[in-house]
Design a protein around this ligand. Structure first.
Ligand code: ATP
Length: 492
């Protein structure tokens, strides 16, 4: 029976095998920032690649985009982030630790409920929260908090060297807005017709109040987002389509069904612009096992495109106020907004409208963590513990390892030749160090699906041993068939 995975086991394997390191570790580390090591970078690239393949490459109704992280400050005014993207926090009067109030646990009820949406930067809202029974996660004091206050989540920076023309900028807190502001560009150049989607993978930044559990919640992270534009009235159909597609993506890449669920947002939990929203949740091994958001899928209606039409109308005020966002109010919406610059003209039916948007928004780091947790296994083999990562072949950082059984009789040369041949198609690793059993175990821990061993028989009949990571079964295969066989098994 597989042992219940603890996050500590994963963290230690990730460090030991070079998947993930603490950022700036030789300087004592930087909280909530992580670096991907040689195996981790391959794993994360494979997660990205699998998302892109499913959402863009294999469809004819989605195109890709790669936007800059720094964007015009008015983008964040129009999107609502400049005014609304904040968490309500309270400070513990005993130990001065600040916490998100929606993350605080009740004294009598320790359920970890983290599902509150970000709120408006409007202190009036803060008074509605009763913290008398809430526990400080740092010192355990109960009900000893300051009044809740809003804390802005966007990182600020400065652009330009001269005082006169320098501007306060934000690092993007989501990739989605880059897609909305390029809607017209894509429409005019890519010969797309509604319904169609624009997809993007990239870094986002949020000055999270509390970070959590390894790479689950960090301040710099990668998102994979799709904005799927459709005609109003067809939005519910597309919402269901993407719910199913995205859920099945995780299953197809090996996530166990019992660890994955939908959580529909209650109407009072929905962001003001969203018509519906559902989270895909994974049962992470925090505490006693926590269902946590892996991806959100929202029906964002026509909200964002309409907001950016207001943003464009506000440009004159922007110049008149010397690029000072704090002095700007968004202009009211044009009564003829549905004919605005971000509207769509349906040639066939001769009608113009602002499209609705379905948005599946996934975290690349968070899903990488889920894939690691789900693949992790320990089993007893002949009195020894075998640690392994049962990665789906598409995700495995190394696809095949090649070993000479011993360092003589020309075996290393043959093994290197085979390894170089296989490298043309996928990541292949050569290893001649240590006993063969130990070399197998090292690859099990890296999640390598296959190992190929060259031995004495290879010279005689041109066959090698092929070992399967999961079953540990070994078969003999002729070297001319090796590449074809592996590529089929690995779906490469
Ligand atoms: P939360 O309420 O947990 O802060 P959210 O609901 O605001 O998160 P979204 O804005 O919906 O998150 O972001 C979409 C996805 O991006 C999330 O499902 C998650 O996978 C990823 N994500 C968001 N914030 C972070 C973070 N701080 N670290 C890592 N991944 C993140």
């Amino acid at each position: 029976m597989a042992k219940i995975t603890k996050l500590d086991d994963i963290v230690s394997l990730c460090k030991r095998r070079g998947f993930i390191f603490q950022s700036s570790e030789i300087y004592g580390g930087l909280a909530s920032c992580y670096d991907y090591g040689p195996l981790g970078v391959e794993l994360k690239r494979n997660v990205r690649k699998a998302w892109w393949k499913s959402v863009v490459q294999t469809r004819d109704d989605v195109v890709g985009l790669d936007c800059s992280i720094l964007m015009h400050p008015l983008v964040w005014k129009a999107s609502g982030h400049a005014d609304k993207f904040a968490d309500l926090i309270a400070e513990c009067k005993k130990c001065n630790t600040r916490s998100r109030i929606d993350h605080l646990k009740e004294k009598s009820n320790t359920a970890d409920d983290e599902h509150t949406e970000h709120i408006s930067i409007d202190a009036a809202q803060a008074h509605a929260h009763d913290l008398t029974n809430k526990i400080c996660p740092a010192c355990g004091a109960v009900g000893n908090f300051t009044e809740p206050m809003p804390f802005r989540l966007m990182f600020e920076t400065q652009m330009g060297a001269n005082v006169d023309d320098s501007m306060k900028m934000f690092l993007r807190p989501e990739t989605a807005q880059g897609i909305f502001v390029n809607f017209r560009n894509v429409l005019d150049t890519a010969r797309v017709k509604i319904p169609f989607g624009i997809a993007q993978i990239g870094k986002s930044f949020r000055n999270e109040v509390t970070t959590k559990a390894f790479i689950f919640r960090t301040r710099e992270f990668e998102q994979a987002e799709l904005e799927f534009f459709c005609e109003p009235g067809t939005d519910e159909k597309w919402y269901e389509h993407w719910k199913e597609k995205r859920f099945n993506w995780y299953l197809a890449l090996g996530i166990k069904k019992e660890n994955l669920q939908f959580r529909q947002h209650d109407p009072d939990e929905l962001a003001h612009y969203a018509k519906a929203c559902v989270d895909i949740e994974y049962k992470f091994p925090f505490g006693s096992g926590d269902w946590q958001e892996l991806e959100g899928i929202a029906n964002r209606t026509d909200y964002d495109l309409r907001q950016h039409q207001r943003g464009i109308r506000t440009l004159n005020d922007w110049f008149e106020n010397n690029n000072d966002l704090s002095k700007i109010q968004l202009k009211a919406e044009d009564p003829d907004y549905h004919k605005g610059p971000l509207s769509y003209f349906d040639q066939e039916n001769k009608k113009r409208y602002i499209p609705y948007v379905i948005e599946p928004s996934a975290g690349i780091d968070r899903s990488t963590l889920a894939f690691l947790v789900d693949a992790y296994d320990e089993e007893q083999v002949r009195g020894e513990t075998r640690n392994l990562l049962r990665f789906h072949p598409q995700l495995a950082p190394i696809k095949t390892a090649v070993f000479p059984l011993v360092k003589k009789e020309g075996m290393p040369d043959t093994a290197k030749k085979i390894c170089n041949e296989l490298k043309k198609y996928f990541n292949c690793f050569y290893d001649q160090k240590g006993a063969i059993g130990r070399r197998y175990r090292r690859q099990d821990e890296a999640g390598t699906p296959f190992c190929v061993t060259i031995d004495g028989q290879t010279k005689e009949d041109n066959t090698v041993t092929l070992r399967d990571r999961d079953s540990m079964e070994q078969i003999r295969l002729s070297t001319d068939k090796l590449s074809g066989y592996l590529r089929k098994k690995l779906e490469m």
